[in-house]
Design a binder for this molecule. Structure first.
Ligand code: ADP
Ligand code: MG
Length: 329
């Protein structure tokens, strides 16, 4: 329902544009509803859709001929250019997040039932055993050969694939001379250029507690990616468990944040970072942001307090007060 509302929100913004009609298509890929809207021809749109499906078939953890499936089964597999590029960005975010972002947490995600949808709280002993296999440093890349040094390890691209894909699609549109498009892959939104009338794209940031928005961010040429515990979860004995796992504990991240939004011109980084920041929590995320210059954050904590980094504050509109995180020194 929330996703449908997001789509309607975007469409209503588009209908306010007084340029030529955009082409638009909705598909289901990477386990989510995707809506691509671009001021281009249907041929270019079809090319973009084909590319999404191609990347989905490489990175699906369940499709038997995918790269990820082969890697997890054989512990080694040859990667294509896109996969190498994705893995390199993942390595970078694994490092700067001090392991909060770690695709090898996958066996733990599976154990909680988030892949099979057979949800349950695992035994503590099982979690501890699985955690021994979690370490992205033990995923090695030599040439185009990717190997899992740890023979019980496996990984998935769930936290980064949509971000890489939105980046790839906006790059493809740009190369074709498209100057205005909105790529919405579930909660991953990437804007190409501005709206045709030159105004900024208005992206709603979902309210974790309702079907509305906590605010709106105005952007051009940026990805806006949100990770939140409200997206995929189950309840057992009155406790809610969500799908973003702290790789240090094996349990759903409980950092005090209920949602983490990253705004960046790099869609791949934005997706990795939204997951990382959700795990890290406010303080550690702010420290990481202090040392970086290529992303901004909009964070919501358990008390619904909103924190916005100064590099996006002027573009963020919200009905309630929010605290601005500033660069030190
Ligand atoms: P979504 O894909 O639901 O929008 P995210 O981008 O935050 O949300 O990715 C969550 C997915 O990433 C999970 O479904 C799981 O497959 C995987 N994952 C869970 N925890 C982590 C983590 N700490 N680091 C990397 N990947 C994770
Ligand atoms: Mg992510």
């Amino acid at each position: 329902m929330k996703r449908i509302l997001m789509t309607l929100f975007i469409i209503s913004m588009l209908s306010g544009c007084n340029a030529d009609k955009p082409v638009s298509q909705t598909i289901f890929a990477m386990d989510t509803v995707m809506e691509i809207t671009a001021y281009t021809d249907t041929e270019t749109l079809t090319e973009a859709i084909n590319e999404i499906n191609r990347l989905d078939s490489i990175w699906s953890a369940s499709k038997k001929d995918s790269f990820v499936y082969k890697l997890n089964k054989d512990k080694t597999a040859d990667a294509d250019k896109d996969t190498l590029s994705l893995l390199n960005t993942e390595k970078e975010i694994f490092t700067i997040s001090e392991g909060a972002f770690d695709p090898t947490v996958y066996p733990v995600v599976e154990e909680w039932g988030f892949i099979s949808k057979d949800f349950h709280v695992p035994d503590e002993a099982v979690i501890q055993k699985l955690l021994k296999n979690v370490d992205f440093d033990k995923v090695t890349i030599q040439g185009n050969k990717v190997s899992l040094e740890n023979k019980n390890a496996s990984l998935d691209m769930g936290a980064a694939a949509k971000g890489y894909t939105s980046q790839k699609i906006t790059d493809l549109f740009r190369e074709k001379g498209v100057s205005s498009a909105l790529v919405a892959l579930g909660g991953n939104i990437q804007a190409l250029g501005t709206k045709p009338d030159g105004s900024l794209w208005r992206i709603g940031i979902q309210d974790p507690d309702s079907e509305g928005y906590i605010g709106v961010v105005d952007v051009a040429d940026k990805a806006v990616v949100t990770s939140g515990g409200y997206q995929r979860f189950f309840e057992e004995n009155g406790v809610t468990y969500h799908h973003i796992i702290n790789p240090k504990t094996g349990y759903p991240a409980g950092s005090g944040l209920v949602s983490a939004t990253i705004v960046s011109s790099n869609g791949t980084k934005a997706d990795c970072l939204s997951t990382a920041v959700f795990v890290m929590g406010l303080e550690k995320a702010a420290e990481m942001w202090q040392k970086s210059s290529d992303f901004a954050m909009i964070l919501v904590d358990e008390n619904k307090k909103i924190y916005v980094t100064e590099d996006i504050a002027d573009n963020f509109t919200c009905e309630t007060d929010f605290e601005i995180i500033r660069k030190e020194g």
